[in-house]
Design a protein around this ligand. Structure first.
Ligand code: AMP
Length: 480
Protein backbone atom coordinates (compact mmCIF):
# COMPACT_ATOMS: atom_id res chain seq x y z
CA UNK A 1 0.00 0.00 0.00
CA UNK A 2 1.62 3.34 -0.99
CA UNK A 3 1.84 6.11 1.61
CA UNK A 4 -0.82 8.15 -0.19
CA UNK A 5 -3.53 5.54 0.25
CA UNK A 6 -2.82 4.82 3.91
CA UNK A 7 -5.07 7.64 5.03
CA UNK A 8 -2.31 9.79 6.50
CA UNK A 9 -3.05 13.52 6.72
CA UNK A 10 -1.91 15.58 3.73
CA UNK A 11 0.89 17.49 5.48
CA UNK A 12 2.36 14.15 6.49
CA UNK A 13 2.22 12.70 2.99
CA UNK A 14 4.01 15.87 1.85
CA UNK A 15 6.53 15.42 4.66
CA UNK A 16 7.24 11.83 3.57
CA UNK A 17 7.70 12.83 -0.04
CA UNK A 18 9.98 15.69 0.97
CA UNK A 19 12.04 13.18 3.00
CA UNK A 20 12.45 11.20 -0.21
CA UNK A 21 10.58 8.00 0.66
CA UNK A 22 8.65 6.54 -2.23
CA UNK A 23 7.15 3.40 -0.71
CA UNK A 24 6.64 2.18 2.85
CA UNK A 25 8.89 -0.52 4.28
CA UNK A 26 7.36 -3.78 5.52
CA UNK A 27 7.01 -2.64 9.13
CA UNK A 28 5.47 0.62 7.97
CA UNK A 29 2.95 -1.20 5.74
CA UNK A 30 1.86 -3.34 8.65
CA UNK A 31 2.08 -0.98 11.59
CA UNK A 32 0.76 2.31 10.20
CA UNK A 33 -2.80 1.10 9.36
CA UNK A 34 -3.08 -0.69 12.74
CA UNK A 35 -1.89 2.35 14.69
CA UNK A 36 -4.21 4.62 12.69
CA UNK A 37 -6.96 2.22 13.76
CA UNK A 38 -6.14 3.06 17.37
CA UNK A 39 -4.62 -0.32 18.26
CA UNK A 40 -1.80 -0.88 20.73
CA UNK A 41 1.00 -2.68 19.01
CA UNK A 42 4.12 -4.68 19.77
CA UNK A 43 6.51 -4.20 16.88
CA UNK A 44 9.19 -6.86 16.80
CA UNK A 45 11.50 -5.41 14.22
CA UNK A 46 15.22 -5.25 13.85
CA UNK A 47 17.17 -2.05 13.53
CA UNK A 48 17.18 -0.47 10.09
CA UNK A 49 13.72 -1.64 9.10
CA UNK A 50 12.17 1.83 9.15
CA UNK A 51 10.42 1.45 12.49
CA UNK A 52 10.83 5.10 13.48
CA UNK A 53 8.55 6.29 10.68
CA UNK A 54 6.23 3.36 11.44
CA UNK A 55 5.33 4.93 14.77
CA UNK A 56 6.05 8.62 14.14
CA UNK A 57 3.77 8.97 11.09
CA UNK A 58 0.52 7.65 12.65
CA UNK A 59 1.39 9.44 15.91
CA UNK A 60 1.66 12.76 14.07
CA UNK A 61 -1.51 11.94 12.11
CA UNK A 62 -3.37 11.85 15.41
CA UNK A 63 -1.94 15.20 16.49
CA UNK A 64 -2.92 16.70 13.14
CA UNK A 65 -6.47 15.34 12.97
CA UNK A 66 -7.67 15.12 16.59
CA UNK A 67 -8.01 18.58 18.15
CA UNK A 68 -6.12 19.02 21.41
CA UNK A 69 -8.10 19.31 24.61
CA UNK A 70 -6.52 22.53 25.93
CA UNK A 71 -5.58 25.85 24.40
CA UNK A 72 -2.08 25.79 25.83
CA UNK A 73 0.35 23.40 24.15
CA UNK A 74 0.49 20.23 26.22
CA UNK A 75 2.47 17.07 25.61
CA UNK A 76 0.27 14.70 23.63
CA UNK A 77 2.84 12.20 22.43
CA UNK A 78 5.73 10.77 24.41
CA UNK A 79 8.53 8.65 22.98
CA UNK A 80 10.88 6.94 25.43
CA UNK A 81 14.11 5.60 24.01
CA UNK A 82 17.31 4.22 25.59
CA UNK A 83 20.04 6.60 24.45
CA UNK A 84 20.69 10.29 23.96
CA UNK A 85 21.69 9.76 20.35
CA UNK A 86 18.45 7.94 19.61
CA UNK A 87 16.42 10.65 21.34
CA UNK A 88 18.07 13.28 19.15
CA UNK A 89 17.58 11.23 15.99
CA UNK A 90 13.93 10.43 16.66
CA UNK A 91 13.18 14.06 17.45
CA UNK A 92 14.85 15.03 14.16
CA UNK A 93 12.66 12.47 12.36
CA UNK A 94 9.55 13.88 14.03
CA UNK A 95 10.51 17.35 12.85
CA UNK A 96 11.35 16.06 9.38
CA UNK A 97 8.15 14.10 8.76
CA UNK A 98 6.09 16.84 10.42
CA UNK A 99 7.78 19.75 8.64
CA UNK A 100 4.46 20.85 7.10
CA UNK A 101 2.62 20.71 10.43
CA UNK A 102 2.47 23.28 13.20
CA UNK A 103 4.33 21.29 15.77
CA UNK A 104 6.45 21.79 18.87
CA UNK A 105 8.87 19.01 19.62
CA UNK A 106 11.56 18.52 22.22
CA UNK A 107 14.22 15.93 22.99
CA UNK A 108 15.21 15.58 26.65
CA UNK A 109 18.18 13.48 27.70
CA UNK A 110 20.94 13.36 30.29
CA UNK A 111 24.40 14.82 29.96
CA UNK A 112 23.10 18.31 29.21
CA UNK A 113 21.80 21.15 31.42
CA UNK A 114 18.46 20.19 32.87
CA UNK A 115 17.53 23.86 33.45
CA UNK A 116 17.46 24.56 29.70
CA UNK A 117 15.19 21.57 29.13
CA UNK A 118 12.89 22.73 31.95
CA UNK A 119 12.67 26.15 30.27
CA UNK A 120 11.66 24.58 26.94
CA UNK A 121 9.19 22.24 28.63
CA UNK A 122 7.47 25.25 30.25
CA UNK A 123 6.85 26.72 26.80
CA UNK A 124 4.97 23.53 25.92
CA UNK A 125 5.77 20.73 23.51
CA UNK A 126 3.37 18.52 21.53
CA UNK A 127 5.90 15.72 21.24
CA UNK A 128 8.54 14.87 23.82
CA UNK A 129 11.27 12.34 23.03
CA UNK A 130 13.12 11.32 26.16
CA UNK A 131 15.60 8.96 27.73
CA UNK A 132 14.15 7.30 30.83
CA UNK A 133 16.54 8.63 33.51
CA UNK A 134 16.27 12.29 32.52
CA UNK A 135 12.52 12.09 32.05
CA UNK A 136 12.08 10.64 35.53
CA UNK A 137 14.26 13.41 36.93
CA UNK A 138 12.07 16.00 35.19
CA UNK A 139 8.91 14.32 36.49
CA UNK A 140 10.29 14.33 40.04
CA UNK A 141 11.07 18.05 39.73
CA UNK A 142 7.52 18.68 38.55
CA UNK A 143 8.90 20.10 35.29
CA UNK A 144 6.89 17.98 32.92
CA UNK A 145 3.16 17.36 32.77
CA UNK A 146 2.25 14.07 31.15
CA UNK A 147 -1.39 13.98 32.21
CA UNK A 148 -2.63 14.62 28.68
CA UNK A 149 -0.44 12.15 26.80
CA UNK A 150 -2.48 10.30 24.18
CA UNK A 151 0.25 8.19 22.60
CA UNK A 152 3.17 6.52 24.37
CA UNK A 153 5.96 4.91 22.36
CA UNK A 154 8.55 2.68 24.01
CA UNK A 155 11.34 2.33 21.50
CA UNK A 156 14.07 -0.33 21.70
CA UNK A 157 12.42 -1.77 24.81
CA UNK A 158 14.92 -4.64 25.06
CA UNK A 159 17.80 -2.15 25.15
CA UNK A 160 16.11 -0.23 27.93
CA UNK A 161 15.77 -3.48 29.84
CA UNK A 162 19.46 -4.30 29.30
CA UNK A 163 20.45 -0.87 30.50
CA UNK A 164 18.49 -1.29 33.71
CA UNK A 165 15.72 1.18 32.87
CA UNK A 166 12.77 -1.15 33.40
CA UNK A 167 11.78 0.31 36.81
CA UNK A 168 12.09 3.85 35.46
CA UNK A 169 9.73 2.88 32.64
CA UNK A 170 7.16 1.56 35.09
CA UNK A 171 7.37 4.81 37.08
CA UNK A 172 7.00 6.90 33.92
CA UNK A 173 4.00 4.89 32.72
CA UNK A 174 2.35 5.43 36.12
CA UNK A 175 2.35 9.18 35.37
CA UNK A 176 0.34 8.77 32.17
CA UNK A 177 -3.43 8.59 31.70
CA UNK A 178 -4.69 5.00 31.45
CA UNK A 179 -6.68 5.99 28.35
CA UNK A 180 -3.92 6.13 25.80
CA UNK A 181 -2.41 4.26 22.89
CA UNK A 182 0.78 2.36 23.72
CA UNK A 183 3.22 1.28 21.03
CA UNK A 184 6.18 -0.85 21.97
CA UNK A 185 9.10 -1.68 19.71
CA UNK A 186 11.79 -4.19 20.46
CA UNK A 187 14.26 -6.15 18.33
CA UNK A 188 13.97 -9.12 20.69
CA UNK A 189 11.28 -10.19 23.16
CA UNK A 190 12.79 -11.22 26.51
CA UNK A 191 10.23 -12.39 29.10
CA UNK A 192 10.55 -9.19 31.17
CA UNK A 193 9.36 -7.20 28.15
CA UNK A 194 6.48 -9.61 27.53
CA UNK A 195 5.41 -9.11 31.16
CA UNK A 196 5.68 -5.34 30.79
CA UNK A 197 3.45 -5.35 27.72
CA UNK A 198 0.78 -7.32 29.62
CA UNK A 199 0.74 -4.61 32.28
CA UNK A 200 0.80 -1.50 30.14
CA UNK A 201 -0.96 -2.43 26.86
CA UNK A 202 -4.51 -3.34 25.93
CA UNK A 203 -4.94 -6.34 23.59
CA UNK A 204 -1.85 -5.39 21.61
CA UNK A 205 -1.41 -6.51 18.04
CA UNK A 206 1.94 -8.19 17.47
CA UNK A 207 3.80 -7.37 14.31
CA UNK A 208 6.87 -9.41 13.57
CA UNK A 209 9.12 -8.33 10.75
CA UNK A 210 11.60 -10.99 9.68
CA UNK A 211 12.52 -13.94 11.85
CA UNK A 212 13.24 -12.81 15.37
CA UNK A 213 16.93 -12.71 16.34
CA UNK A 214 17.96 -13.03 12.72
CA UNK A 215 20.24 -10.22 11.54
CA UNK A 216 18.80 -8.42 8.60
CA UNK A 217 19.45 -10.05 5.31
CA UNK A 218 21.16 -7.18 3.57
CA UNK A 219 24.26 -7.66 5.74
CA UNK A 220 27.11 -9.97 4.75
CA UNK A 221 28.71 -11.38 7.85
CA UNK A 222 32.41 -12.24 7.97
CA UNK A 223 34.22 -13.99 10.79
CA UNK A 224 37.97 -13.43 10.87
CA UNK A 225 39.98 -15.58 13.28
CA UNK A 226 42.97 -13.50 14.35
CA UNK A 227 45.46 -13.56 17.23
CA UNK A 228 44.43 -11.03 19.87
CA UNK A 229 47.63 -9.02 19.46
CA UNK A 230 47.15 -8.65 15.72
CA UNK A 231 43.65 -7.21 15.68
CA UNK A 232 44.86 -3.63 15.23
CA UNK A 233 47.08 -4.59 12.31
CA UNK A 234 44.24 -6.52 10.72
CA UNK A 235 41.95 -3.52 11.01
CA UNK A 236 44.55 -1.26 9.39
CA UNK A 237 45.19 -3.87 6.72
CA UNK A 238 41.50 -4.07 5.82
CA UNK A 239 40.97 -0.31 5.88
CA UNK A 240 43.97 0.08 3.62
CA UNK A 241 42.99 -2.58 1.12
CA UNK A 242 39.24 -3.05 1.12
CA UNK A 243 36.85 -0.39 -0.05
CA UNK A 244 35.70 0.70 3.37
CA UNK A 245 34.20 4.12 3.00
CA UNK A 246 32.35 4.52 6.27
CA UNK A 247 33.32 2.19 9.08
CA UNK A 248 31.85 1.76 12.53
CA UNK A 249 34.25 -0.13 14.80
CA UNK A 250 32.98 -1.59 18.05
CA UNK A 251 35.09 -2.00 21.15
CA UNK A 252 33.89 -3.64 24.35
CA UNK A 253 35.54 -0.97 26.51
CA UNK A 254 35.96 2.79 26.51
CA UNK A 255 39.72 2.52 26.90
CA UNK A 256 39.81 0.07 24.03
CA UNK A 257 37.84 2.49 21.85
CA UNK A 258 40.28 5.30 22.64
CA UNK A 259 43.25 3.05 21.94
CA UNK A 260 41.90 1.93 18.56
CA UNK A 261 41.08 5.51 17.61
CA UNK A 262 44.56 6.71 18.57
CA UNK A 263 46.22 3.97 16.53
CA UNK A 264 44.07 4.75 13.51
CA UNK A 265 44.96 8.42 13.70
CA UNK A 266 48.65 7.56 14.04
CA UNK A 267 48.24 5.69 10.77
CA UNK A 268 46.58 8.67 9.07
CA UNK A 269 43.06 7.31 9.13
CA UNK A 270 40.46 9.95 9.95
CA UNK A 271 38.85 8.51 13.07
CA UNK A 272 36.83 9.57 16.06
CA UNK A 273 35.76 7.76 19.24
CA UNK A 274 32.37 7.88 20.89
CA UNK A 275 31.69 6.53 24.38
CA UNK A 276 30.10 7.54 27.65
CA UNK A 277 33.23 9.27 29.03
CA UNK A 278 32.95 11.84 26.30
CA UNK A 279 30.66 14.82 26.86
CA UNK A 280 27.33 15.03 25.12
CA UNK A 281 28.70 17.83 22.93
CA UNK A 282 31.70 15.76 21.92
CA UNK A 283 29.48 12.77 21.13
CA UNK A 284 27.10 14.78 18.97
CA UNK A 285 30.01 16.48 17.22
CA UNK A 286 31.64 13.13 16.53
CA UNK A 287 28.39 11.68 15.21
CA UNK A 288 27.76 14.68 12.98
CA UNK A 289 31.33 14.50 11.65
CA UNK A 290 30.92 10.80 10.91
CA UNK A 291 27.59 11.43 9.17
CA UNK A 292 29.12 14.16 7.04
CA UNK A 293 32.00 11.90 6.07
CA UNK A 294 34.61 13.97 7.88
CA UNK A 295 35.69 10.74 9.60
CA UNK A 296 36.17 7.49 7.74
CA UNK A 297 35.99 5.51 10.98
CA UNK A 298 34.00 5.94 14.17
CA UNK A 299 35.01 3.75 17.09
CA UNK A 300 32.23 3.14 19.59
CA UNK A 301 31.26 1.16 22.65
CA UNK A 302 27.94 -0.69 22.69
CA UNK A 303 26.10 1.77 24.90
CA UNK A 304 27.22 4.78 22.89
CA UNK A 305 26.36 3.18 19.58
CA UNK A 306 22.88 1.94 20.41
CA UNK A 307 20.44 3.39 18.01
CA UNK A 308 23.03 5.28 15.99
CA UNK A 309 21.35 5.90 12.70
CA UNK A 310 23.85 6.90 10.07
CA UNK A 311 22.96 6.25 6.50
CA UNK A 312 25.53 4.55 4.33
CA UNK A 313 27.69 2.83 6.96
CA UNK A 314 29.50 0.43 4.64
CA UNK A 315 31.20 -1.71 7.29
CA UNK A 316 30.72 -2.63 10.90
CA UNK A 317 33.81 -4.11 12.51
CA UNK A 318 33.51 -5.99 15.78
CA UNK A 319 37.03 -5.46 17.02
CA UNK A 320 35.97 -7.51 20.05
CA UNK A 321 33.30 -10.18 19.94
CA UNK A 322 30.36 -8.70 21.85
CA UNK A 323 29.85 -10.11 25.35
CA UNK A 324 26.11 -10.52 24.80
CA UNK A 325 24.75 -12.30 21.77
CA UNK A 326 21.95 -9.72 21.40
CA UNK A 327 24.52 -6.95 21.10
CA UNK A 328 25.81 -8.66 17.98
CA UNK A 329 22.50 -8.04 16.23
CA UNK A 330 22.37 -4.46 17.40
CA UNK A 331 25.95 -3.82 16.35
CA UNK A 332 25.74 -5.24 12.86
CA UNK A 333 22.32 -3.65 12.34
CA UNK A 334 24.12 -0.30 12.05
CA UNK A 335 25.02 -1.23 8.48
CA UNK A 336 22.75 -2.53 5.74
CA UNK A 337 19.99 -0.14 6.81
CA UNK A 338 16.95 0.58 4.68
CA UNK A 339 17.57 -1.92 1.94
CA UNK A 340 21.21 -0.94 1.41
CA UNK A 341 23.88 -3.61 1.67
CA UNK A 342 26.61 -3.71 4.26
CA UNK A 343 29.40 -5.86 5.62
CA UNK A 344 29.86 -6.89 9.22
CA UNK A 345 33.32 -8.16 10.16
CA UNK A 346 34.01 -9.84 13.47
CA UNK A 347 37.55 -10.37 14.72
CA UNK A 348 37.75 -13.49 16.85
CA UNK A 349 40.74 -14.45 18.97
CA UNK A 350 41.19 -17.79 20.76
CA UNK A 351 39.85 -16.23 23.96
CA UNK A 352 36.57 -15.26 22.31
CA UNK A 353 35.47 -18.56 20.82
CA UNK A 354 32.84 -19.15 23.50
CA UNK A 355 31.20 -15.77 22.88
CA UNK A 356 31.15 -16.56 19.15
CA UNK A 357 29.46 -19.91 19.82
CA UNK A 358 26.82 -18.10 21.91
CA UNK A 359 26.08 -15.77 19.01
CA UNK A 360 25.80 -18.72 16.65
CA UNK A 361 23.31 -20.40 18.96
CA UNK A 362 21.38 -17.17 19.39
CA UNK A 363 20.98 -16.48 15.69
CA UNK A 364 20.82 -20.17 14.79
CA UNK A 365 23.54 -19.86 12.20
CA UNK A 366 26.96 -21.49 12.02
CA UNK A 367 29.55 -19.07 10.68
CA UNK A 368 32.23 -20.03 8.21
CA UNK A 369 35.36 -18.26 9.42
CA UNK A 370 37.87 -17.10 6.85
CA UNK A 371 41.39 -15.77 6.78
CA UNK A 372 42.23 -12.46 5.16
CA UNK A 373 44.43 -13.06 2.17
CA UNK A 374 47.71 -11.20 2.17
CA UNK A 375 47.71 -10.58 5.92
CA UNK A 376 50.80 -11.83 7.75
CA UNK A 377 49.33 -13.83 10.63
CA UNK A 378 51.78 -14.60 13.42
CA UNK A 379 49.94 -17.89 13.93
CA UNK A 380 46.67 -19.45 12.91
CA UNK A 381 43.76 -19.17 15.31
CA UNK A 382 41.75 -22.33 15.57
CA UNK A 383 38.11 -21.59 16.28
CA UNK A 384 37.20 -25.27 16.53
CA UNK A 385 38.34 -26.66 19.84
CA UNK A 386 38.58 -30.21 18.46
CA UNK A 387 38.82 -30.12 14.69
CA UNK A 388 37.96 -33.53 13.24
CA UNK A 389 38.17 -34.82 9.74
CA UNK A 390 35.26 -36.59 8.15
CA UNK A 391 37.22 -39.85 8.11
CA UNK A 392 37.59 -39.64 11.88
CA UNK A 393 41.34 -38.94 11.84
CA UNK A 394 42.71 -35.94 13.68
CA UNK A 395 43.41 -33.11 11.30
CA UNK A 396 46.89 -31.62 11.00
CA UNK A 397 47.34 -28.37 12.92
CA UNK A 398 46.19 -25.48 10.77
CA UNK A 399 44.60 -27.64 8.07
CA UNK A 400 41.02 -26.71 8.95
CA UNK A 401 41.91 -23.04 8.78
CA UNK A 402 43.65 -23.55 5.48
CA UNK A 403 40.47 -25.04 4.17
CA UNK A 404 38.43 -22.19 5.60
CA UNK A 405 40.79 -19.66 4.10
CA UNK A 406 39.71 -20.93 0.73
CA UNK A 407 36.05 -20.42 1.46
CA UNK A 408 34.96 -17.31 -0.30
CA UNK A 409 32.21 -15.43 1.44
CA UNK A 410 30.78 -12.05 0.56
CA UNK A 411 32.95 -9.45 -1.18
CA UNK A 412 36.27 -10.60 -2.57
CA UNK A 413 39.04 -10.67 -0.07
CA UNK A 414 42.20 -8.71 -0.58
CA UNK A 415 44.17 -10.09 -3.45
CA UNK A 416 47.92 -10.31 -3.84
CA UNK A 417 47.65 -7.73 -6.57
CA UNK A 418 46.09 -5.14 -4.28
CA UNK A 419 48.78 -5.90 -1.71
CA UNK A 420 51.36 -4.60 -4.14
CA UNK A 421 49.49 -1.40 -4.94
CA UNK A 422 51.53 1.75 -4.87
CA UNK A 423 50.58 4.37 -2.27
CA UNK A 424 49.06 6.54 -4.99
CA UNK A 425 46.90 3.68 -6.16
CA UNK A 426 45.73 2.99 -2.63
CA UNK A 427 44.64 6.57 -2.28
CA UNK A 428 42.56 6.43 -5.43
CA UNK A 429 40.94 3.17 -4.40
CA UNK A 430 39.79 4.88 -1.22
CA UNK A 431 38.38 7.72 -3.27
CA UNK A 432 36.55 5.24 -5.46
CA UNK A 433 35.06 3.67 -2.37
CA UNK A 434 33.76 7.01 -1.21
CA UNK A 435 32.19 7.62 -4.59
CA UNK A 436 30.61 4.20 -4.77
CA UNK A 437 28.97 4.01 -1.40
CA UNK A 438 28.29 7.55 -0.32
CA UNK A 439 28.02 9.93 -3.17
CA UNK A 440 26.91 12.89 -1.11
CA UNK A 441 29.90 12.57 1.18
CA UNK A 442 32.45 12.71 -1.59
CA UNK A 443 32.64 16.47 -1.61
CA UNK A 444 32.81 16.87 2.15
CA UNK A 445 35.52 14.33 2.90
CA UNK A 446 38.80 16.08 3.34
CA UNK A 447 40.78 13.62 5.34
CA UNK A 448 44.56 13.71 5.62
CA UNK A 449 44.30 10.44 3.74
CA UNK A 450 43.74 12.14 0.43
CA UNK A 451 46.83 14.27 0.69
CA UNK A 452 49.24 12.08 2.59
CA UNK A 453 49.46 8.70 1.02
CA UNK A 454 53.24 8.47 1.34
CA UNK A 455 53.65 8.92 5.06
CA UNK A 456 50.62 6.74 5.56
CA UNK A 457 52.01 3.68 3.90
CA UNK A 458 55.44 4.37 5.34
CA UNK A 459 54.16 4.50 8.87
CA UNK A 460 52.00 1.48 8.33
CA UNK A 461 54.92 -0.47 6.98
CA UNK A 462 56.90 0.62 10.02
CA UNK A 463 54.21 -0.47 12.42
CA UNK A 464 53.85 -3.82 10.69
CA UNK A 465 57.52 -4.58 10.62
CA UNK A 466 57.76 -3.54 14.27
CA UNK A 467 54.87 -5.84 15.06
CA UNK A 468 56.47 -8.75 13.26
CA UNK A 469 59.69 -8.20 15.18
CA UNK A 470 57.86 -8.04 18.51
CA UNK A 471 55.88 -11.14 17.76
CA UNK A 472 58.95 -13.00 16.60
CA UNK A 473 60.56 -12.21 19.91
CA UNK A 474 57.56 -13.79 21.58
CA UNK A 475 56.50 -10.57 23.32
CA UNK A 476 52.94 -9.31 23.52
CA UNK A 477 52.46 -6.65 20.86
CA UNK A 478 52.12 -3.18 22.32
CA UNK A 479 48.99 -2.11 20.51
CA UNK A 480 46.70 -4.86 21.73
P1 AMP B 1 14.93 3.07 11.33
O1 AMP B 1 14.79 1.58 11.35
O2 AMP B 1 13.69 3.77 11.69
O3 AMP B 1 16.11 3.53 12.15
O4 AMP B 1 15.22 3.51 9.81
C1 AMP B 1 16.37 3.11 9.13
C2 AMP B 1 16.62 3.97 7.92
O5 AMP B 1 15.60 3.75 6.93
C3 AMP B 1 16.60 5.45 8.17
O6 AMP B 1 17.76 5.99 7.58
C4 AMP B 1 15.37 5.98 7.49
O7 AMP B 1 15.56 7.28 7.00
C5 AMP B 1 15.17 4.98 6.37
N1 AMP B 1 13.76 4.79 5.95
C6 AMP B 1 12.70 4.66 6.76
N2 AMP B 1 11.58 4.47 6.05
C7 AMP B 1 11.92 4.47 4.75
C8 AMP B 1 11.20 4.34 3.50
N3 AMP B 1 9.91 4.13 3.48
N4 AMP B 1 11.90 4.41 2.36
C9 AMP B 1 13.24 4.61 2.38
N5 AMP B 1 13.99 4.76 3.51
C10 AMP B 1 13.33 4.67 4.68
Amino acid sequence: MPFKTMGLADPLVQGILATGYTAPTEIQSQAIPAILDGKDIIGCAQTGTGKTAAFVLPMLHRLETVPQKTKKTKTRALVVTPTRELAVQIEQSVRGYGRFMKLRTLAVYGGTRIETQIKFLRRGSDVVVATPGRLLDLIQRGAVNLSLVEVLVLDEADRMLDMGFIDDIRKIVAELPTERQTLLFSATMPSAIKKLTEKIQKSPLSIQIGRQQNPIETITQHIFPVPKGQKMDLLLHLIEREEMSSVLVFSRTKRGADRICKKLKQNYVEAVAIHSDRSQRQRLKALEGFKRGQYQVMVATDIAARGINVEGISHVVNFDVPAYAEDYIHRIGRTGRAEMTGDAMTFVSEEEVLSLRQIERFIEHKFKPRMVEGFAYTHRVNLDSSPKRKDGKKSKPGSSQRKRARVKQGPQSTSDQSRQQSPAKKKSSFKRAKKKTSGQRESTFRGKQSGSSKPKSKSMKKSWSKKKKTSAQGRKPKND
